[in-house]
Design a binder for this molecule. Structure first.
Ligand SMILES: [Zn+2]
Length: 320
């Protein structure tokens, strides 16, 4: 992984290796973010990242294999950090942070996995546990793009879309909250969730590619080639991209009308498009929000590492 050095300094203002692992504020911890394709791990000394690690998620082998792989990755991290005093773990899907359980993930296929119990029994260490997107929001708000902001929506757009919501400084931890990807934006298309018209049917990487392929008979994958073709003057690419932006704005306009965030942080794979995504979303949002305050729109600062770093914060919070 590329940026541990700069991130270290961003998080703690200290260079790696300056921490005293025996002081409570500099205790060593490990953290793991379980994704659909990869598991990302960090070793932390206090809030300083001293190592990044990555493993494939064996999703094709079924949910039990993924649970085993999670335990094995935690073991691997603890081998690298034998003085670690807590574990942070974040997972996708429907997650009960307080009960310590992964309730359901359509992507991975597991049901009711009591991760906190499993990892605590296996390692003998306290475990900070939660939802990957809420963890990403926590990291962005602690030392990323939303630092110091009380009313924030962190919305990663990748193969799915969901939101971590901060209202008047409080993180909304309700396990059913934040499903902005399943707001009906009127697309008329059937969503993987079974409903019709969800934002995810028009604005995720795979759905942008699918809509472009349907219009043009192409067989591209992901949103990036659509953005590239739009830049090269392809009108079909511009149309599909603009429909995605317009519908993201439609969902955000509903959120803004209800909760009035000062700041919206767009993360996930699609955020790498930068202004190519933000500018049309912002223009549509301004058009739709006639009198409401239009929030600032930015891309995430921590990129792919946000959820993993959020897991690190949760590990620190779990320290005895
Ligand atoms: Zn849906």
């Amino acid at each position: 992984m590329s940026q541990p050095q700069s991130l270290n300094q961003q998080i703690s203002g200290k260079k790696p290796g300056t921490a005293d692992s025996r002081s409570p504020t500099q205790a060593q911890t490990v953290a793991l973010d379980v994704g659909g394709t990869a598991m990302k791990g960090v070793v932390l000394s206090g809030s300083t990242v001293v190592g990044y690690h990555r493993w494939p998620t064996p999703r094709q082998e079924g949910p039990d294999a993924v649970v085993k792989a999670v335990i094995s990755a935690v073991d691997d991290l603890l081998t690298k950090a034998p003085d670690a005093r807590a574990v942070g773990l974040v997972v996708p899907g429907l997650v009960d942070d307080k009960a310590g359980t992964a309730i359901y993930s359509e992507n991975i296929g597991w049901h009711d996995v009591p991760f906190v119990k499993l990892v605590t029994e296996h390692t003998g260490l306290p475990v900070g546990f939660g939802h990957d997107v809420r963890a990403g929001g926590l990291a962005e708000r602690t030392f990323g793009a939303a630092r110091g902001q009380d009313d924030v929506l962190f919305m990663p757009i990748g193969t799915g879309i969901s939101g971590a919501m901060f209202v008047e400084g409080h993180a909304i931890a309700n396990k059913y909250a934040g499903e902005i990807g399943h707001l009906d934006v009127g697309s008329g298309e059937l969503c993987a969730c079974g409903a019709i018209g969800c934002l995810e049917t028009v604005a995720t990487g795979p759905s942008i590619a699918r809509r472009y392929n349907r219009l043009t008979g192409s067989s591209i994958e992901g949103a990036k080639p659509v953005a590239e073709r739009m830049a090269a003057g392809d009108p079909a690419a511009a149309r599909v991209w603009h429909e995605a932006a317009e519908n993201i704005a439609r969902a955000l306009a509903a959120y803004v009308s209800l909760l009035a965030p000062q700041l919206i942080v767009i993360g996930g794979g699609l955020s790498s498009a930068g202004d190519t995504l933000l500018k049309p979303v912002e223009a549509e949002l301004r058009r739709m929000l006639v009198w409401q305050q239009v929030p600032q729109l930015v891309t995430a600062a921590l990129g792919d590492n946000a959820a993993c770093l959020g897991a690190g914060i949760m590990a620190t919070q779990a320290l005895p």
